[in-house]
Design a protein around this ligand. Structure first.
Ligand code: AMP
Length: 526
C-alpha cells in the first residue's frame, strides 16, 4: 500500500477526557454556578475576601507543608520539571531514583548523558560561566569510570566503584537547575505562600480569605473521587487562636450548607493536640500498635513507622476492634489543648452548631493541630466527606513566614453537587432554555430580527436567533424542541405592517404586538 493510501485509511483519532477527569455540562453547570454564588454571598457576610491563586507551584511548597509521608505528596502529585535546563534536571532525577538499584555502568552511562547536557547548557549560556569548572570536575569522574571499566578484569573493584558513585550522587543530589513544579493538590499551602509573599501580616489581622478552583491528585477514581476535582477553600490567617475563631469558621461552612439545602449534614470534630502533647501521644500509639502489628493489614503496618495517626483512619473491618482499644488522644491532651478544645465546643454551642465528637478523626495532611473537623452529607456512598478542615498554627513558619495562627477548611465541590443532585435539587434553578425563539423569513425580517434579539437580550431575556433562514413550520418545531415559551414570528408582512406576531408555544395562542410594546408585554408574562 502506498503511503498516500495508508494516510487516507487512517481514521482521525478520537480523544477522550483523561481518566479521573470529566466534563461538567449544562444544565448541571447552572447548579455549580448557584453553589459558587452562594459561597461568595455567605462568605462575604463573614468578612472573607476572594483570593485567586496559580494552579501550579514549586513541588517543595507542598512537600514541606502537607508532609512527605502523606499519600497526597508521596504518591498522588502531578509533578513536572520546567525551564531551559529541564532535560538536565530530568536526567538528574533518573539518576537519583536509580542509583541504589541499577548497575554501576548503567548509572555511569546516565551520568555521561548528564555531563553532555550540562556542557550544552554552558555553551548555550543557560548555565553561568563559572560552571565550566564544575564541568571539568565531572569530566574527571567520567575518566575514573573509564579507568575502572578498563580494569574490569582485575578482581574486586567495588570499593572504588562506590567512591565514584558517591561523587556522582553529589552532583545530582538535589534539583538545582530547573524548577520542579506540581499541580496543586490543595489550596492551603498556596494561600500561606501568598500571605507571606504579599506581606499580608501588615494588614489588620486576622486576614480572612477564600478561593474556589480545581485541585489535582492521582487517586484511584471512583464515585465522588476524581483526579481533577474542585474545592471551595477558606482560611483565617493571623491574629489570635481564640476558640471563637474556630467556632465561627465552622459556623460559616454550616451556614453555607444550610443555605444550599444540603441534606443529612453531620459535623464531626476532634482535637489532635499540639507540638507539646501530640508527639508523646504518637509515640504511645506507635508502641501500642507495635504490640498488635501482626493483626494489622500491610497499610497500617507501614504506617506504624511512617504516620501512626493515619492508622486511626483505617476502614478495614478486621482492624476496627483493635483500633477501638487503642489509647485516645482526648486522654492525652496537654492542659492548654484540653482547655482550647473545651472552649471550641462551648463556642459551637453558643452558635447553635450541633456536632459529634470523633476521637479517630485525624485528617490526612500533616500540618493540622488542635481543632480538626470533617462534615459528611447524604447520598455520597463511601466517599461521604464534603468538607475537611482544622487549625494549623505552625504551618506559616514551616514555609519561612512569621509565626502565624491559621485555621481553614476545604469543601469538595464535586461531592457537594453530587449530594445536592442525589437529594433531588434540580440543576435547572437557572434555566438555560430560551424564553423566546425568533422565527424569521426574508432578508428584511432578518435585519429586524437581529435588532429585536439585541433589545430583548439587553432587557435580560434569553433569546435564540437562528443563524440561517428556515420555513416557519421548521422554526416553530425547533423552538418547541429547545423548550422555548414563545416564538416571535417575523416575516415580510410583519416587517411591512410593524405588527409582530408573538406565539405562545404551549397553547398556540397568537397575539399581534408593536415592536415598542414587546419588552413590556413579555415582562408582564413572567
Ligand atoms: P482534603 O484536602 O483532603 O482535606 O479534602 C477536603 C475535601 O475535598 C474532602 O472532604 C472531599 O470532599 C474533597 N476531596 C478530596 N479529594 C478529592 C478527590 N480526589 N475527588 C473529589 N473530592 C475530593
Amino acid at each position: 500500500m502506498s503511503e498516500g493510501a495508508a494516510k487516507k485509511e487512517e481514521k482521525p483519532r478520537r480523544f477522550q477526557a483523561i481518566r479521573g477527569t470529566r466534563d461538567l455540562l449544562p444544565p448541571e453547570t447552572a447548579l455549580w454556578n448557584r453553589v459558587e454564588q452562594t459561597a461568595h454571598k455567605v462568605f462575604s457576610t463573614f468578612g472573607f475576601g476572594e483570593i485567586r491563586l496559580p494552579i501550579f507551584e514549586q513541588t517543595e511548597l507542598f512537600a514541606r507543608s502537607i508532609g512527605l509521608e502523606t499519600d497526597v505528596v508521596s504518591k498522588e502529585m502531578y509533578t513536572f520539571t520546567d525551564g531551559p535546563l529541564k532535560r538536565l534536571e530530568d536526567i538528574a532525577g533518573y539518576i537519583r531514583s536509580m542509583v541504589e538499584y541499577q548497575s554501576f555502568l548503567f548509572v555511569a552511562q546516565l551520568f555521561d548523558f548528564y555531563v553532555r547536557e550540562f556542557k550544552l547548557g554552558v555553551s548555550r549560556g543557560d548555565l553561568p560561566e563559572e560552571h565550566r569548572s564544575t564541568l571539568l570536575e565531572m569530566h574527571n569522574i567520567l575518566e575514573a569510570v573509564q579507568n575502572l571499566d578498563a580494569r574490569r578484569h582485575e578482581g574486586d573493584l567495588s570499593t572504588e566503584k562506590e567512591r565514584v558513585l558517591a561523587r556522582i550522587k553529589l552532583y545530582v543530589s538535589v534539583p538545582r537547575f530547573a524548577d520542579v513544579l506540581a499541580l496543586r493538590p490543595e489550596a492551603t499551602a498556596s494561600v500561606c505562600r501568598a500571605y507571606i509573599e504579599n506581606n499580608m501580616q501588615q494588614l489588620p489581622q486576622p486576614v480572612k480569605l477564600y478561593t474556589i478552583g480545581p485541585m489535582f491528585r492521582r487517586e484511584r477514581p471512583q464515585k465522588g473521587r476524581y483526579r481533577h476535582f474542585y474545592q471551595i477553600d477558606a482560611e483565617v490567617l493571623g491574629g489570635t487562636d481564640a476558640p471563637a475563631i474556630d467556632a465561627e469558621v465552622i459556623e460559616m461552612v454550616m451556614t453555607f450548607f444550610e443555605r444550599l439545602g444540603l441534606e443529612g449534614v453531620q459535623l464531626h470534630i476532634n482535637s489532635i493536640g499540639d507540638k507539646n502533647c501530640r508527639p508523646k501521644y504518637v509515640e504511645l500509639l506507635r508502641a501500642e500498635l507495635s504490640k498488635v502489628k501482626d493483626k494489622l493489614g500491610p497499610d497500617s503496618q507501614r504506617r506504624i513507622e511512617t504516620n501512626p495517626l493515619r492508622v486511626l483512619d483505617s476502614k478495614l473491618k478486621e482492624e476496627q476492634a483493635i483500633i477501638e482499644n487503642l489509647p485516645r488522644i482526648g486522654d492525652h491532651l496537654c492542659q492548654d489543648c484540653a482547655t482550647h478544645y473545651a472552649a471550641v465546643k462551648h463556642e459551637l454551642g453558643l452558635r447553635g452548631v450541633k456536632y459529634h465528637e470523633n476521637w479517630r478523626l485525624v485528617r490526612g495532611l500533616d500540618y493540622y493541630m488542635r481543632t480538626t473537623f470533617e462534615i459528611t452529607a447524604k447520598g455520597l456512598g463511601s466517599q461521604n466527606a464534603v468538607c475537611g478542615g482544622g487549625r494549623y498554627d505552625g504551618l506559616m513558619e514551616l514555609l519561612g513566614g512569621p509565626p502565624t495562627k491559621g485555621i481553614g477548611f476545604a469543601i469538595g465541590e464535586d461531592r457537594l453537587i453530587l449530594s445536592l443532585l442525589e437529594t433531588g435539587h434540580s440543576p435547572l434553578a437557572t434555566p438555560h432554555s430560551p424564553l423566546l425563539y425568533i422565527a424569521w423569513m426574508g432578508e428584511k425580517a432578518y435585519t429586524t430580527a437581529i435588532r429585536a434579539a439585541k433589545n430583548l437580550r439587553n432587557a435580560g431575556f434569553r433569546v435564540e436567533l437562528p443563524p440561517v433562514e428556515q420555513k416557519f413550520s421548521k422554526a416553530l418545531g425547533q423552538a418547541d424542541k429547545l423548550g422555548a415559551r414563545f416564538a416571535l414570528i417575523l416575516g415580510d408582512n410583519e416587517v411591512a405592517s410593524g405588527e409582530w406576531t408573538l406565539k405562545t408555544l404551549a397553547d398556540g395562542k397568537q397575539e399581534k404586538l408593536r415592536e415598542s410594546d414587546l419588552v413590556e408585554h413579555l415582562k408582564k408574562q413572567l
